[in-house]
Design a protein around this ligand. Sequence first.
Ligand SMILES: Nc1ncnc2c1ncn2[C@@H]1O[C@H](COP(=O)(O)OP(=O)(O)O)[C@@H](O)[C@H]1O
Ligand SMILES: [Mg+2]
Length: 254
Amino acid sequence: MKEIITIANQKGGVGKSTTAHALGSCLRARGERVLFVDLDPQGNLTYTMEADPSGPTAYELLTRQAELADCIRQTEQGDLIPASAQLAAADMELNSTGKEYRLKEALAAVAEDYDIILIDTPPALGILTINALTASDSLLIPAQADIYSLQGIGQLYSTVQAVRTYCNPNLSIRGILLTRHSARAVLTRDLTEMIGETAAQLGTQVYSTVIRENIAVKEAQARRADLLRYAPKSNAAKDYAAFAEEFTGGQDDE
Ligand SMILES: Nc1ncnc2c1ncn2[C@@H]1O[C@H](COP(=O)(O)OP(=O)(O)O)[C@@H](O)[C@H]1O
Ligand SMILES: [Mg+2]
């Protein structure tokens, strides 16, 4: 295992699932053994990767009703632990001591089988996201370049700090990835400054690659296809390929 990475932002619709899928595809194309974990009860990643929804899911894993090996689906787009709608009850059902560590403990069983584990999270900062952050080496934050998105990152940071204090002192923040950027919207100087300040407060960077808003993303998802194979020449596919390059190239262990 090289790294376990959580993709999180409690705001919905900022490109978490899209980024998890596209980054994982790029890493797989480089020969990395990737395991995707879908912790969002909405199951968008599970749907797009066309995983068989029957059988044990992340819910059974976290509630210790299934072994990890039985939860992994092998799909054409890669190995995935699927989500189920029952995950929505996790905040109520996971209530015993050590509940933050369920995913970390479970993933130890496949430490030798994968190079990278990518965890997609729900738009909330509850026990599912905390399990993801506790299990991870690092956090990647997709965000849209608007004021409300940036304000929300402060709350995410408080959760990161709590996880560092109580569960996982080694959690690092890889960076902020700006997504769904409209080619017509020039980033104002104020907003650019604010993005930089937000990153500085988190002790992290803003990636220089920006993911453009591009209809090919929605088309690929509607067809349950991998964007990079479905529309490799699209702007979003090019941007994600460039991002994967930046993400792996700029890697340091801090
Ligand atoms: N670069 C993009 N261009 C166009 N649509 C996008 C892009 N990234 C994401 N979307 C769309 O925006 C919506 C939210 O993206 P998603 O990845 O599901 O966000 P999240 O997981 O944060 O809720 C989806 O309908 C998705 O198809
Ligand atoms: Mg999502």
